[in-house]
Design a protein around this ligand. Structure first.
Ligand code: ADP
Length: 580
């Protein structure tokens, strides 16, 4: 029960909790072993004092040396074990947490990534896990271990002399109460700091991503000033936070140490009253330093634990978000895509309302409609990039919400406007389409996608690195790479978002030729921008305000006097730039 709570609170894995238990056990043992060392010292001192005061024979040196040797060996072994079970094990834990998080992120519905942006998620995987690493590695084990060992020692103290025990230990609970009292303030500051850090990271990332636009519009100073402000704010919050923590931790430590003074005072008056021996006080004073030592460490750590709570919550939030699940077997009958009364909203904004249509295998189905009518959304939903709120989407008669998204996507090729390229060679970027494809297969796909012509001009041909996100390529070239990828994959369903804006006429024709090779015989759902595609489509779905306004073959729709499609086509003919 207790450990379940700890696991949730600090976002630990099952193995992580086992590690903490083990670490706690070894911390208790180490603390008890160290205090036994004090016992040996006491034994020796009392022997000497007896010799001095009562002329008793000197204590047996061999016995003392032997005891000390055993103590040192024991101390070494237990510390080693403690080290292994705190620092050592936790590195494995950090690794498995990061891998676990990445796995989890892979399975989260895409909608989640709209809520937490890249900088935020990177901060969680790297920053938050780093911060928690320290808490996992020793804060928890040290703190719990110290509590248990101090409880054991306190029982012994009280059994021996309750007055001195009280004088020794009263500071411990008071110090902790003070620290726990400050928890709320510290947590609030830590949340502020987290937010400020994410803002700094966001600001830097945004500036770097848009560096071209910023330079082109001479806005460097404005952006830099913005980042500076954010950094200043973070610094102020950080200093304030450190100061608060410092004050509370040091105050707690001083209060605890007041115990030494009260022990001396109480001890002396008890000796004067003849109630205890001097050696009893001496023993308490020896032991007391060892009682405080682990807590000194724990006090500093406890502040860190409060702060880490925010990180743990951010991690736990990822674990708590439901993933898109489904079966791993997908055996559709054909690949017709069937939308049935589909309703969908991004957060609260209703985007699709009762959309029904079928995109048949072997046909090109074109989605047309004004900007914002939900065309891209339909394409994304067809690939289960988001889950729908109402109705159903079936592929080959199988409801896609029952299929594991990764399995489903093996049957899809997507050629979208925002082509994602990696900082690798042209060859490897195309090979992404099919895991383990041979060079010959890649080259064949590249040729079919008309990549040959521009790749030949690159300094190292297909082995040329293309820069981060293909920075060295033009829009048309990037698109042809993504078509080559799709050709290589040769999936039965193709989702296509045409982009014309970035292409010149020559490029457009080349892309068009490449596309016609890709689309042959597939179920094609295309977000159409070009008249040519629309006219060549087998079926047109006209979307308007999230509803299907019209559907049919181009000829059928053109034949209707008052059809929206007819109006739009006429308008586009009038303005070549018009996109439908
Ligand atoms: P189209 O492709 O027809 O231009 P979209 O499907 O892209 O239309 O968008 C439909 C509506 O959904 C728009 O109002 C748009 O603002 C909204 N929308 C699109 N993507 C998102 C998103 N990721 N998060 C929130 N709203 C979105």
């Amino acid at each position: 029960m207790f450990w379940k709570k700890v696991q949730k609170k600090y976002a630990l894995t099952d193995q992580g909790v086992q590690n903490i238990k083990q670490g706690t056990l070894w911390t208790v043992i180490v603390n008890l072993v160290v205090i036994t060392g004090m016992g040996i010292l006491y034994y020796m001192m009392s022997g000497f004092i007896d010799t001095l005061t009562q002329r008793a024979p000197l204590p047996n040196a061999f016995l003392f040396i032997g005891l000390t040797a055993v103590f040192l060996a024991l101390s070494y072994l237990t510390h080693l074990q403690q080290y292994k079970s705190t620092y050592g094990l936790v590195y494995g834990e950090v690794r498995s947490v990061r891998i676990g998080l990445a796995e989890r992120l892979r399975r989260l519905p895409l909608g989640y990534f709209g809520k937490r942006d890249l900088a935020d998620l990177t901060e969680t995987i790297m920053g938050d896990v780093n911060r928690l690493e320290h808490v996992w590695s020793h804060c928890l084990s040290y703190l719990y271990g110290s509590w248990i060992s101090t409880a054991v020692i306190a029982v012994c103290f009280f059994a021996y002399d309750w007055r001195l025990a009280l004088a020794c230990l009263w500071g411990v609970p008071v110090a902790f109460i003070l620290l726990f009292g400050s928890r709320k303030t510290q947590k609030k500051q830590s949340e502020d700091l987290k937010q400020a850090s994410v803002q700094v990271a966001d600001g830097i990332q945004e500036t770097l991503e848009n560096i071209r636009e910023i330079r082109a519009t001479n806005q460097e100073n404005r952006f830099l000033a913005g980042i500076n402000d954010k950094i200043d704010r973070k610094e102020r919050i950080m200093i304030k936070g450190e100061l608060t923590i410092g004050i509370f931790v040091n105050a707690a430590s001083v209060i605890m140490r007041l115990g030494v003074a009260t022990t001396i005072l109480t001890g002396t008056s008890l000796i004067l009253a003849g109630k205890i021996e001097f050696m009893t006080l001496f023993m308490f004073l020896l032991a007391i330093t060892r009682v405080y030592a682990p807590f000194d460490q724990a006090l500093a750590l406890i502040a860190e634990m409060f702060v880490s709570q925010v990180s743990a919550n951010r991690l736990q939030e990822i674990y708590d978000t439901p993933t898109a699940e489904g079966t791993e077997t997908f055996t559709p009958k054909g690949h017709d895509i069937e939308f049935n009364n589909v309703g969908f909203a991004y957060d609260d904004q209703q985007v699709l309302n009762g959309v029904s249509f079928t995109a048949k295998e072997g046909e090109v189905t074109a989605l047309v409609g004004p900007s914002g009518s939900g065309k891209s959304t339909c394409a994304r939903l067809a690939a289960r990039l988001w889950d729908i709120n109402k109705g159903s989407i079936k592929v080959g008669g199988v409801d896609i919400s029952t299929i594991d998204p990764e399995v489903l996507l093996t049957d899809y090729s997507m050629v979208f406007q925002d082509v994602v390229l990696f900082d690798d060679t042209v060859m490897e970027n195309i090979r992404l389409g099919k895991h383990g494809a041979t060079d010959e297969e890649v080259l064949e796909a590249a040729k079919a996608a008309n990549c040959d012509e521009f790749v030949e001009k690159l300094p190292q041909g297909y082995a040329t690195p293309i820069g981060e996100n293909g920075a060295k390529l033009s829009g048309g070239e990037r698109q042809r790479i993504s078509i080559a990828r799709a050709l290589l994959k040769d999936a039965p369903v193709v989702l296509l978002d045409e982009a014309t804006a970035s292409l010149d006429v020559e490029n457009e024709t080349k892309v068009q030729v490449a596309l016609s090779r890709l689309l042959a015989g597939k179920t094609v759902l295309v977000i159409a921008h070009r008249m040519r595609t629309v006219e060549a489509a087998d079926r047109i779905i006209v979307l308007s305000e999230g509803k299907v306004a019209e559907s049919g073959s181009p000829a059928e729709l053109m034949a209707k006097e008052d059809s929206m499609f007819r109006r739009m086509t006429k308008l586009q003919a009038a303005s070549a730039e018009w996109s439908i």
